[in-house]
Write a protein that binds this ligand. Structure first.
Ligand code: MG
Length: 299
């Protein structure tokens, strides 16, 4: 069987014929939020409905990193290497300090509680950017069903003051997000409501000198499925989740090819020795594949 589907012949240089899609672990209910810790040689990811963060270690396997996790979803690391987590249950973004305690980064905006922070990235200036759709409060499956107090925005947390600013306010359900490798652009997926068909696209914003955003045009429409999460390689190609696997999108928005995964993919991240391994959270399982590319995300 083939693990790939090239749409543009260029894609064949990105993958290796002898590198399989591997199922590293399974038995979860809905996985998201992979984040690589090269210093600890492990990957953390969320098993959201089971209220836990899992840890996968090469040649060792699976263990539980944190349980309960406040129904954590997306994760990243800040410039000091600390874990930054979106929590549906806590309706907040937290930072795990080096001594293991947690600090609340954001839990309110405009005097009201956040919805259910979903995905997060950290810019090189230390600012923390996260999306806040309402998925985690719509049902009791991935959090606690409760009242929505906010529209679904994309926020920025100032690294010096801690002030929270709404940066994108015209999205339906902002979800995955990432900066281009040079941080001149911010990409944001809009995945629509849970119980009806709505956008399945990724938008692109210009990041201005003063830190504000402009633009917001549709960059790429994902099909089948949605772009729940994505990351860039060092050449500016965007690797996104989709219903049939991972799609590789060129810097100008064209689908170059697919990695075929037997379960619906939620999120991805690069990791491993040379950031050349793509880790894939997909429904009940964690997968990986070695690529002839290098992840751009830091650290
Ligand atoms: Mg997400």
């Amino acid at each position: 069987m083939s693990f790939f589907e090239a749409v543009d012949p260029k894609f064949n240089q990105f993958v290796m014929g002898n590198a399989p899609v591997k199922q590293l672990a399974s038995g979860f209910d809905w996985t998201e939020g992979p984040v690589w810790f090269g210093d600890a040689n492990c990957l953390l990811f969320s098993d959201i409905p089971n209220n836990r963060i899992m840890r996968w270690t090469p040649n060792v396997g699976i263990s539980t990193y944190r349980e309960p996790s406040n129904f954590a979803n997306g994760h990243t690391r800040d410039r000091q290497g600390r874990l930054i987590s979106c929590e549906h249950g806590g309706r907040r973004v937290t930072r795990t300090e080096l001594d293991g305690t947690t600090t609340v980064v954001a839990d309110r905006y405009d005097g009201k509680r956040l919805n259910s922070p979903n995905d997060v990235v950290v810019k090189s200036d230390g600012s923390i950017w996260f999306t806040d759709p309402h998925y985690g409060i719509m049902t009791n499956y991935e959090g606690f069903r409760s009242e929505q107090e906010q529209p679904c925005y994309l926020y920025r947390v100032d690294p010096a003051s801690g002030e929270i600013s709404a940066m994108v306010t015209d999205a339906n359900c902002p979800n995955g997000l990432a900066f281009s490798p040079d941080e001149s652009k911010l990409y944001m997926a809009d995945t629509g409501r849970m119980f009806q068909d709505d956008p399945t696209h990724i938008r692109v914003f210009d990041v201005l000198e003063n830190g504000s955003l402009s633009g917001g045009d549709v960059f790429h429409v994902v099909s089948p499925g949605v772009s729940d999460g994505f990351r860039f390689d060092t050449d500016g190609n965007l690797w996104t989740s989709a219903a049939d696997g991972v799609h590789c999108i060129s810097p100008n928005g064209q689908l170059l090819g697919k990695i075929l995964v037997p379960e619906v993919v939620s999120n991805i991240c690069f990791g491993g020795r040379g950031k050349h391994v793509l880790f894939i959270t997909a429904t009940t399982s964690l997968y990986s594949i070695a690529l002839n590319r290098q992840g751009a995300q830091t650290p």
